[in-house]
Design a protein around this ligand. Structure first.
Ligand code: PEP
Length: 250
């Protein structure tokens, strides 16, 4: 039985005051135990705030990106070890907004995944097709290439330390959600790719769905056998919505 994970992706939103309120509300509502794993992925400047407010709580924290390099002359980049210094457990890699606006290739996403693992972080590896790719019947091929580029670099022990997130690009921030069956079909094919490398990893790896997951659709999505939680954008910015999704995972 895989434990579900609900992770918020705040994207480039928030400020000290608003984050403080949101984090306090989450900690107060969840208390000392949550029926699923919970995390927030904050903009890098607020990771220290997450560490201060979340340490000792059931809410883990993480970043939204990291450098493919370990350290050195890479102005503006943030190394995995720096994220680990601030207590991050997770880091999102290959989010479609990074792929689209920063031209991140499958190969770069794979390098970032390796760096995350070397830094002791759990990478949340995002894959997903555009609307045009879905309409052309290329969904499985595209997500297979995206995940395949990562899997080929990983040792068996590393395979067991990643989280995968299926995020159809056409569903992110659009209010359009994949139906539970559409998502389940892709999740099953991603799990098949994991199984081709390592059956144990396939059985234990969490595959999250992301793309306009909200309180009113979260329960039926997460009831599907291969959907192990959610990566939540917009709905992670309001504690009531995020808590309702966490509740739906339980
Ligand atoms: C995301 O950005 O990872 C995401 C899933 O966003 P939203 O929930 O807003 O669609």
């Amino acid at each position: 039985m895989r434990r579900k994970l609900v992770a918020g992706n705040w994207k480039m939103n928030g400020n000290l005051a608003a984050n403080s309120t949101l984090l306090n509300e989450l900690v107060a509502a969840l208390g000392t135990s949550a029926a699923c794993d919970v995390a927030v992925c904050a903009p890098a400047p607020y990771l220290s705030q997450c560490q201060q407010q979340l340490a000792g709580s059931v809410v883990a924290w993480g970043a939204q990106d990291l450098s493919a390099h370990e350290s050195g002359a890479y102005t503006g980049e943030v190394a995995g070890a720096m994220l680990a210094d601030f207590g991050c457990k997770y880091v999102i890699v290959g989010h479609s907004e990074r792929r689209a606006y920063h031209a991140e290739s499958n190969a770069l996403v794979a390098q970032k995944t390796l760096q995350a693992l070397h830094s002791g972080l759990v990478p949340i590896v995002c894959v997903g097709e555009t609307l045009a790719q879905r309409e052309a019947g290329q969904t499985e091929q595209i997500v297979g290439e995206q995940l395949g580029a990562v899997l080929v670099l990983l040792e068996p022990a590393q395979l067991k330390r990643i989280v995968v997130a299926y995020e159809p690009v056409w569903a992110i921030g659009t209010g359009k959600t994949a139906t539970p069956q559409m998502a389940q079909d892709v999740h099953a094919s991603l799990r098949g790719l994991l199984a081709a490398r390592d059956a144990d990893a396939a059985a234990t790896t969490a595959i999250l769905y992301g793309g306009s997951m909200k309180p009113d659709n979260a329960r039926e999505l997460m009831a599907m056998p291969d959907i192990d939680g959610g990566l939540i954008g917009g709905a992670a910015l309001k504690s009531a919505d995020f808590l309702a999704i966490i509740n739906a995972a339980s």
